[in-house]
Write a protein that binds this ligand. Sequence first.
Ligand code: PMP
Length: 367
Amino acid sequence: RAARAASAALRGARSVSTVGVVPTPPIDAGAVRLGLPGAVGNTPLIRLNSLSEETGCEILGKAEFLNPGGSIKDRAALFLVKAAEESGKLKPGGTVVEGTAGNTGIGLAHVCNARGYKCVIYMPDTQSQEKISLLRVLGADVRPVPAVPFTDPMNYNHLAMEYAESHENAVWTNQFDNVNNRRAHEETTGPELWAQTGGKLDGFVCATGTGGTLAGISRALKAASGGSTKVFLADPPGSVLYSWVTSGGAKMERSGSSITEGIGQGRITDNLADTELDGAIHVPDERTVAMVFRLLAEEGLFLGASSCLNVVAAYDMAQRLGPGKVVSTVLCDGAARYQSRLFSRSWLEDKGLFEAVAPEHRHLVAF
Ligand code: PMP
């Protein structure tokens, strides 16, 4: 009787008694995502109204902060785990190990929970406490380590590789040099952007950590547009990539440092290598911080520093391309995972950045 009632409920019949049966609403297969992995991607594209009006362009931000793990890195995490499964290296009950500024680790921790893997995360101890706490809550074995350059054997990436090599059924996903990271964006983020703009996308710009996002999206957009969509790199202080792109690959110079987390790079990763780029935009921290507060006050968007740096770069790219163009970027994550820093007056003052917040937005510096 229960089975008959349930199947009648499924067909939407109202006359059958459903006493003792949990009514099941009709399922719209297109609207249902298959578990957490199925909920990654297909993010909306948000028009940044005040910036679009100011530039006479359409400035569009892809809302990657709406992924289930809260950042663009969920896409890479899923592709890295799937590739490890498909290669046979990652077996049921195994351990995923990664070196990360935090967001890839958060994405991996979610995917590992959904698929029954353990997760070990090495990260530089310069990253925000919020990301470390979140990783712990998600059940990851988090190991903050001193921030030393890639050339140092104690760098967090090398430690992750060593852990995987010395433990049974443990796999290092190697996000910096494993091109399955880039593939996530070539196969999902890039094609989504092209479809969402109806193939009318004049420019794309974003900053780079591993290079997966920029390189994958560049490949997808260049292929879809026949090369006509312009793709620019955005870069914070302390990174070599601006000099590398603007010198046509001849120089790798850097100066200063940045409060942005997860972006800026000192080498050409395998993900970034052989990427077609049409230009580069350098964004100082003053402009990034001002944009954090402008987007909150004017657009209602609460975004992390890399997203805000990307928006500054999209604004500059729109001005370079001229009015009437469509320019897009990625809004990588939300500000909640940096709020103890970005919204703290003493932290901003310590970095010499409080004055960068527009006077009319300073009431938003909450702590
Ligand atoms: N923004 C944030 C907040 C990140 O955590 C990262 C990844 N470290 C990036 C941007 C850069 O993305 P990608 O690694 O694909 O270059």
